[in-house]
Design a protein around this ligand. Structure first.
Ligand code: 5AD
Ligand code: FES
Length: 361
């Protein structure tokens, strides 16, 4: 398999031909595993209140001038109805770590969504919670959980977060979620301050150890009012190489073409699809709150109705030579991802990882 030296070579290469070969190899693996389909997730950003103070994040607790909002459970359910009407089979409920959303409130919400949409996948992205909370939410009907590890290097993690936020705790949450039975999404930012190639290598090695079902990768983009407001954004080429390397090292993961990539570059998401990504997440949040969920500056898709966002994304996917698949739940091929109503077919998920011929340095 890949040595650290080989991985570091592809992390740091400036050779565009070599980069293209990497993308082509990642595309091939993605096609062998998932075909040309691109799965759609309806993203509902339901609260920008957050008790954390991550140095990079535009909705951090001490962010000055952040106008805070939270959608009521009834309103969130309405967003799911709009999404279901548009054909989505997956809802992603994402928010800051907002203490108003107690277990009791969240359980009521998840049960209501599950009762009304028995076949849809419910994905939560609510940050760090207790094992009991994760388990209760799973039992209430949630299937998937997104929690990026952000960086797998201890010292780097400490440079991006205040001392009360710990990498060990983040990792514990990820392993707990897996153990409970969630399809788990980890992930990291590319180009955060103090990041080195070694940090990115450690991100990939950590992912190989965790074996998540999904991996979210996006460039760091500075956010006004944060300690990193004046730092340069992540490099698009490096971000895309990390997407491709993730596809090659973890062939069966679901990989989103992230909004941050689309923000950094007008065709960033299309380029991610060309580098091995196979998921997009159009925004289903009510229009009047979208601008307020500003994790970073100039975030795209803040002015569009959900239907427009879906149309726009479908066109982009098609234009890149892929097939928009809104109507599938799009479960991960990583073992342990058989949701209700989807038993794994014999042999499914057991295809041998592709052998790839890319020029090794
Ligand atoms: N730039 C890019 N991504 C960011 N996130 C938070 N702040 C930023 C930023 N300034 C990402 C984190 C988080 C996800 C929801 O958004 O990786 O996990
Ligand atoms: Fe949201 Fe284009 S994908 S507007």
């Amino acid at each position: 398999m890949w040595s650290n030296g080989e991985i570091l070579h592809y992390i740091t290469t400036r050779d565009r031909g070599e980069e293209e070969a990497l993308f082509a190899a990642a595309r091939k693996v993605r096609e062998e595993q998932y075909g040309l389909d691109v799965y759609f997730r309806g993203l509902i950003e339901f609260t920008n209140h957050c008790k954390n103070d991550c140095f990079y994040c535009g909705i951090r607790r001490s962010g000055p001038g952040v106008e805070r909002y939270r959608l009521s459970p009834a309103r969130i359910l309405d967003c799911c109805r709009v999404g279901a009407g548009l054909g989505f089979k997956t809802f992603v409920l994402q928010g800051g770590e907002d203490p108003w959303f107690t277990d009791e409130r969240l359980l009521g919400l998840v049960r209501a969504i599950r009762a009304e949409f028995p076949d849809h996948a419910i994905t939560l992205s609510l940050g760090e919670r207790s094992r009991e909370s994760y388990r209760a939410l799973f039992q209430a009907g949630a299937n998937r959980y997104l929690l990026r590890h952000e960086t797998a290097n201890e010292a780097h993690y400490a440079a991006l977060h205040p001392p009360e936020t710990r990498l060990s705790e983040r990792k514990r949450c990820l392993y707990t979620l897996r153990e409970i039975g969630y399809q788990v999404g980890a992930g990291f930012m590319v180009g955060t301050p103090f990041q080195t190639p070694q940090c990115l290598l450690e991100d990939l090695r950590f992912l190989q150890e965790l074996e998540p079902h999904m991996v979210g990768i996006g460039p760091f983009i500075p956010a006004a009012g944060t300690p990193f407001a004046d730092q340069p954004p992540g490099d698009i080429h490096l971000t895309l190489r990390m997407v491709a390397l993730t596809r090659l090292l973890l062939p069966r993961v679901l990989l989103p073409a992230t909004t941050a990539l689309g923000t950094l570059s007008g065709d960033g998401r299309e380029r991610a699809l060309m580098a091995g990504a196979n998921v997009v997440m159009p925004n289903l949040s009510p229009r009047e709150v979208r601008e307020l969920y500003s994790l970073y500056d100039n975030k795209i898709c803040t002015g569009d109705e959900a239907a427009e966002c879906v149309r726009c994304m479908s066109l982009r996917v098609r234009a890149s030579g892929f097939v928009p698949n809104l109507g599938a739940r799009g479960d991960s091929l990583v073992p342990g991802a058989e949701g209700p109503g989807k038993a794994a077919a014999p042999g499914e998920g057991e295809r041998a990882p592709a052998r790839i011929a890319i020029p090794v340095p």
